[in-house]
Design a protein. Structure first.
Length: 552
């Protein structure tokens, strides 16, 4: 089998690239190890906790014991399914802050500043504001990706934004538009009550064309001859075969599997490859390094009033939610329930938000258990720009072995300071008048935990990944030893090979990573096609005029 372009991974970026290349008449072959994304667990937004815990849809990766978290191993889910992680994620849509992308440009990713990426965010979006505010001139209409807002009819959801305002923070009508900083409505990739993944937005329309095909196979390595990628070795149906790429191989296999594939193919830190008996084709020390993520805690409170989603947490309640959704895609199952958010700055002198909130009108643990026997609510919170860095390395030269993932979470003192600040600021928000009719007592961490030592112990035991891995194949200048791809997503030192997914982010962006991952695919497709990039849009995003002297 051969094509002009072979894309490894039918995830957020890979689907977007397949669509744009097929649109231009190129012969495209997409390799995906996972299976179909059809079925209620994926498509019902309210069932979001299920697919990422199902081996059918998830690679089932875990971190190595994290030394600063008491040796805990944390789950590191990635989508093993059509649509990749966009088919198992929380469907939250956050572009990132404008300064994130300007920072990328300053770090050597020339042409990826905010003015450069904004047109691509617009191109991917079909934005529906639902009458909740926002300026359409900052947003896209008619793109493949539906972006919507929940009804926000739960009083707790509205109380969270009002409490933020009462605490002295900004209120924003659209954190993805002119002003990220503040409290306001969350956005999600949900359309007509169903998950709207990259598979639905991009891959299915691409596969409808005669020049785009998908095969279910396990990519073992990229075949590189005389310094050029010419194909991919895959395992399919128990046999190993070679797929040839006439033009290029594009790797979009995640921040974990993309560096693993490059290293198995001879591209990576020379000494590490030699340890595993792999011939070095290109010595790129940055492959697998610079691993970043967002960690989060949830601060939980019991509710005095029976207004939370707890009323649906019985077998009968879940049956009701499922029946309504199956009948006409309505009811509590038609939303991810993350309908209000906040982006704030932790201290004076912080130029743009470095703390994010996901508010949920129920008190529920990550494993789906209700810790407090009754109604409650919680705010997931964590710092946006941790200085900690980890790595993805090979366990062996066997492609079937999972990579070794070590985030090195909480390895800087600043991480601990930032998380303590997150807890204290959240407690202050929950203490505002807007929550007075609802707030009963703090479930987690619990009011008894006040000292730095107490809070640090809670953080160490309870912090969890927000599942935003990135950075392991940093984009930068060709003369940057730690850069892996140049600003056109070409692997430095190998012809005919590109990487386009969250692994190329030089620095993690504010918020959830699905939107910038899709944008990366959109922009990479123009570079692959040799097109002139979309014209920059020099809009001026809002930055707090007194950020140097005030926290809010």
């Amino acid at each position: 089998m051969q094509a002009d372009y072979i894309i490894i991974g039918a995830g957020s970026a890979g689907c977007a690239i397949a669509y744009r290349l097929a649109e231009e008449g190129k012969r495209v072959l997409v390799i995906e190890h996972g299976g179909s994304d059809r079925g209620p667990f994926i498509n019902m937004p309210g069932a979001l906790s299920y697919p990422m815990n199902m081996p059918r849809y998830d690679w089932g990766l875990q971190t190595e014991p994290e030394p600063h978290l008491g040796g805990r191993r944390l789950a590191a889910p990635r989508g093993k399914v059509i649509g990749g992680s966009s088919s198992i994620n929380g469907m939250i849509y956050v572009r990132g802050h404008a300064r994130d992308f300007d920072t990328w440009s300053e770090m050597g990713a020339t042409g990826w500043g905010y003015a450069d990426v904004l047109p691509y965010f617009k191109r991917q979006e079909d934005w529906h504001d639902g009458g909740h505010g926002g300026d359409a001139s900052w947003r896209g209409q008619g793109g493949p990706l539906h972006v919507t807002r929940g009804k926000r009819d739960n009083p707790l959801t509205r109380a969270f934004v009002e409490a933020g305002r009462e605490a002295g923070y900004e209120v924003t009508g659209d954190y993805n538009g002119h002003q990220q900083e503040g409290f306001g409505p969350f956005e999600m990739t949900v359309w007509k009550g169903e998950r709207w993944s990259a598979a639905k937005a991009y891959l299915r329309p691409a596969l409808a064309k005669p020049n785009c095909d998908l095969i279910h196979a396990f990519a073992r390595r990229i075949i590189i001859e005389d310094g050029r990628a010419i194909g991919v070795e895959v395992e399919r149906g128990g046999s190993i075969e070679t797929l040839r790429a006439e033009a290029e191989v594009i790797v979009s296999a995640s921040a974990f599997n993309s560096p693993k594939l490059l290293m198995l193919s001879g591209v990576g830190p020379a000494a590490h490859l030699a340890e595993h008996g792999i011939d070095v084709i290109a010595d790129r020390p940055g492959v697998g390094q610079n691993l970043q993520d967002h960690l989060e805690l949830y601060i939980q409170a019991a509710s005095k009033q029976p207004v939370s989603l707890y009323k649906y947490w019985s077998l009968l309640g879940k049956a009701y939610v499922g029946a309504r959704w199956l009948l006409n895609r309505s009811g509590p199952g038609a939303t991810n329930q993350f309908e209000s958010t906040g982006f704030i700055r932790s201290a004076p002198g912080v130029e743009y938000p470095d703390i994010q909130y996901h508010f949920l009108p129920i008190a529920v643990r990550y494993d789906g258990k209700i810790p407090h026997n009754g109604h409650g609510f919680q705010a997931h919170t964590g710092p946006m720009r941790s200085p900690s860095r980890g790595s993805v390395t090979l366990r062996s030269s066997d492609p079937k072995d999972p990579p070794k993932i070590l985030f090195n979470y909480m390895s800087h003192e600043k991480d601990w300071q930032d998380f303590r600040k997150c807890i204290l600021l959240t407690r202050e928000i929950f203490a505002q008048p807007a929550f007075a009719p609802f707030y009963d007592f703090e479930i987690q961490p619990g009011e008894a935990l006040q000292s730095d030592d107490d809070l640090d112990g809670f953080i160490r035991d309870h912090v969890e990944s927000a599942y935003h891995p990135c950075g392991t194949m940093k984009m930068g200048r060709a003369d940057d030893q730690m850069a892996v791809v140049d600003p056109e997503c070409r692997v430095i030192g190998v012809d005919g090979l590109r990487v386009a997914d969250s692994s190329i982010f030089p620095q993690i962006t504010n918020g959830n990573l699905n939107a910038p991952s899709i944008m990366t695919g959109e922009k990479a497709s123009d570079h692959i096609l040799g097109k002139t990039p979309l014209a920059p849009e020099n809009l001026s995003p809002w930055v707090h005029p007194e950020w140097e002297g005030t926290q809010r």
